[in-house]
Design a protein around this ligand. Structure first.
Ligand code: PEP
Ligand code: MN
Length: 369
């Protein structure tokens, strides 16, 4: 189902669309009144943030970890809102959280990665939001499943919420990488391609898991046309009761924001024309590439039938080894990334084997019928 996202609140729209980078900052968790007020005060003195965040109920992997201060923390967040005149945002994971967050006048809510994975929980939240006009930020699910993310957005949208922002916070994966959560940039890019009007921000804290990667992740997110960041900031990260390793201080956020390069979203006419010419050439080359691929697949079919006639196995390992070796050395001469060429050939090869196995099976089916 195609979602047409209409943002009706002018204030919200103005903040998100016209300000880059849009910044939500604050601690992972609310821990004490003093921690929230001091962090907010220092943050606002140093950085132009647009909302203050803090988790009240913390979804922790293991029991007996700090699971959030609960309702009392909402009162502290309300004070931050009243004293500093800044929107406050917290995480909701069920209808009780929604009820309490509304009671304490939280401005915006976010749905966490562990909740987005569960359609029952998302639907429960959606039902409790019916009839309200409140911005909802939806983090990607923990696992790299774009449909689950879209499903959560649809459930909230169908409840009548029109101000929806996606948050990219990375994914659990078995790939080896330096991140706490693999960014898998192609997933948020695909979401943006499917829903170009959907606003999206990045949570570099939960992707990085440590301070030194935050800048490069935030920069990449802005370069991919995300509107801004949600980042964890604590006045004393070492003492933090959750996510201590990834939180930074207000001065550190100030320095990070100063280093961000804000590139233009709209390109000028001259550049537009130059890009169009290059893109036309890419379109032509892609069409040649696809014709060649189709020609190659036809030959794969023919070979499949020849192997079938002579009762040969589908896979001749030595041939596959030679093909890969030869293509990789050619790739090197052409200055192509060998990893990329290897991946492409692995795809093509596995498709070719699939086609030839199908040829064998089709014949078996005919024989048996
Ligand atoms: C958080 O923002 O503190 C949090 C728990 O995030 P996530 O749902 O992305 O793990
Ligand atoms: Mn956190």
């Amino acid at each position: 189902m195609k979602i047409i996202l209409l943002f009706c609140s002018m204030v919200f729209e103005k903040v998100l669309k016209n300000i880059r980078p849009f910044i939500i900052a604050g601690p992972c968790s609310a821990e004490s009144e003093e921690q929230l007020i001091s962090t907010a005060k220092e943050l606002l003195q140093r950085v132009n943030i647009h909302a203050f965040r803090a988790g009240i109920w913390k979804p922790r992997t293991r029991p007996n970890s700090f699971e959030g201060v609960g309702e009392i923390g909402l009162n502290w967040l309300k004070q931050v809102k009243e004293v500093f005149h800044i929107p406050v945002i917290t995480e909701v994971a069920n209808s009780k959280h929604v009820e309490l967050a509304l009671k304490y006048n939280m401005d915006w809510f976010w749905i966490g990665a562990r909740t987005t994975v569960n359609p029952f929980s998302v639907q429960e939240i959606a039902d409790s939001l019916k009839g309200l006009d409140i911005p909802i930020f939806i983090k990607n699910p923990i696992n790299p499943d774009l449909d689950l993310w879209i499903g959560a957005i649809e459930r909230i949208y169908n409840a009548g919420i029109k101000k929806i922002v996606a948050i990219h916070r990375g994914f659990s994966s078995s790939n080896k990488h330096d991140y706490r959560n693999d960014p898998m940039w192609s997933i948020p890019i695909e979401l943006k391609r499917l829903y170009p009007d959907l606003e999206m921000i990045c949570d570099p804290s939960h992707i990085a898991g440590k301070p030194n990667l935050l800048l490069s992740i935030a920069q990449k997110a802005l370069d991919l046309e995300m509107n801004g960041i949600m980042i964890e900031v604590h006045y004393n990260p070492q003492q933090a009761l959750s996510d201590a390793k990834q939180q930074i201080t207000p001065p550190e956020l100030q320095s990070l924001v100063q280093q961000l390069i804000i590139r233009k979203l709209i390109i000028d006419d001259e550049l537009e024309q130059q890009l169009q010419a290059k893109r036309k050439r890419i379109d032509e080359l892609d069409s040649i590439l696809l014709e060649i691929l189709s020609e190659r697949m036809k030959i794969i079919h023919e070979i499949g039938w020849m192997k079938k006639d002579k009762d040969m196995t589908v896979l001749q390992l030595h041939r596959w080894g030679e093909v890969l070796k030869d293509r990789l050395s050619e790739a090197e001469k052409l200055h192509l990334n060998p990893e990329l060429v290897k991946k492409i050939y692995e795809f093509i090869h596995s498709e070719s084997i699939q086609i030839q196995i199908q040829i064998l099976n089709e014949l078996e089916t005919l024989k048996n019928s």
